[in-house]
Design a protein around this ligand. Structure first.
Ligand code: MRU
Length: 353
């Protein structure tokens, strides 16, 4: 965190290493883990020391650079072969967020397109990782500004509900859904954020609240099952969530529980926005059924701290994400504007032409 501005940067490059905010320890402890090796970066992504779609993309990009500098060969062919193995290791960390795969592909493209020496490839890989980091920060700020343009015009000060953490911690900084919240707050359009606690890992209760407190944004935590009641009471003016992968038709994968939130919002005529960079859109997938959904260890469900919640002999199902169908999404807010899911698809078609 930059103490003069309260800006949070979860992935910081300094002294030839990466400092990651240890997100498994927030909000109790604000500590950093220093990463020097590609293998440790892969481990940090798997164990969710760093998490959130754009943030794991940035982390993986630095992991690729670390992997490159670990390769002790000046032979271009052998170097690229080894680098492919590093890419494979990093790709195997988490399956759903496409930003991870996008960043690794961009790093591999840099490697293949640099026609000079191995040293030159390594230098260019470093610059590409730095660009992925700094571009994401600008992208999030643009998402925040574009979100502001599509939020309901009344009441003047809005109450926004969000799910999980799509904030500075989940990106290079600023956030996607929480970027929209930040922009609304700084322009005087925000009354309060409602944060779903987001079972089972509680990213809403632990991380979204932590970010809001840093900035003095009023925040109320609710359990995931309270959203319908809050909407029914008229507490919520709009929902803004992030995304891990958006298919070409606009179906959007995000933290488990997002789909039910969208259904509840639809039933109460509350607009439902997905805020995400274009790098989260996977135009190679026709619809959300093709998105690979991560399943995590059941301990996340059955244990809280030292307490085991369930008797022995029960079974668990712990998908980390779900897919919200495009028809439940009011607009997808990106760095180049806000689109209905159909408009997003046409944007891709125009790009191809
Ligand atoms: O499992 P996590 O904590 O990595 O899941 C994060 C989310 O679902 C976020 O909403 C998503 O990655 C968007 S982050 C800008």
């Amino acid at each position: 965190m930059n103490s003069s501005t309260n800006q949070v940067y979860p992935v910081i490059w300094h002294n030839n290493a990466v400092s990651l905010i240890d997100q498994t320890r927030l909000p109790g402890e604000y500590t950093f883990v220093e990463i020097n090796r590609s293998e440790d970066m892969a481990q940090a992504i798997t164990t969710m020391i760093v998490r959130g779609a754009p943030a794991i993309g940035v982390a993986a990009a630095y992991g690729m650079y670390m992997g490159a500098r670990e390769i002790d060969s000046n032979d271009r062919g052998r170097f690229l072969e080894h680098l492919e193995k590093v890419a494979q290791m990093l790709r195997a960390t988490r399956p759903t967020a496409v930003n991870l795969f996008w960043a690794i592909s961009r790093m591999m493209k840099t490697a293949y397109e640099t026609l000079g020496t191995v040293e030159e490839i390594k230098t260019n890989l470093f610059y590409t990782a730095q660009s992925i980091n700094s571009e994401d920060l600008q992208t999030c700020q643009a998402i925040g500004d574009n979100g502001l343009k599509v939020l309901p015009t009344t009441p003047e000060k809005l109450c926004l509900l969000t799910h999980c953490n799509a904030g500075a911690l989940a990106t290079a900084g600023y956030g996607t859904a929480l970027g929209v919240v930040r922009s609304a707050w700084s322009s005087g359009r925000l009354a309060r954020v409602y944060a779903d606690e987001t079972r089972p890992r509680l990213q809403g209760a632990k991380l979204t609240t932590w970010e809001c407190v840093q900035e003095g944004i009023p925040v109320t935590v609710i359990t995931d099952s309270m959203a319908a009641h809050c909407m029914n009471q008229g507490f919520i003016d709009a929902v803004v969530v992030g995304a891990d992968r958006i298919a070409a038709n606009g179906d959007a994968a995000n933290k488990i529980g997002t789909y039910s939130l969208a259904l509840v919002a639809g039933a109460h005529n509350v607009p439902f926005f997905v805020a995400a960079p274009l790098s989260t859109v996977d135009f190679s997938l026709v619809d959300g059924s093709q998105i690979s959904i991560e399943e995590r260890h059941p301990v996340e469900i059955y244990q809280v701290g030292d307490t085991i919640l369930t008797p022995t002999g029960v079974e668990f199902y712990n998908p980390a994400f779900d897919v919200t169908p495009a028809n439940l999404i009011t607009a997808i807010i990106t760095e180049i504007g806000a689109f209905s899911p159909e408009e997003l698809q046409h944007h891709q078609e125009k790009q191809v032409v």
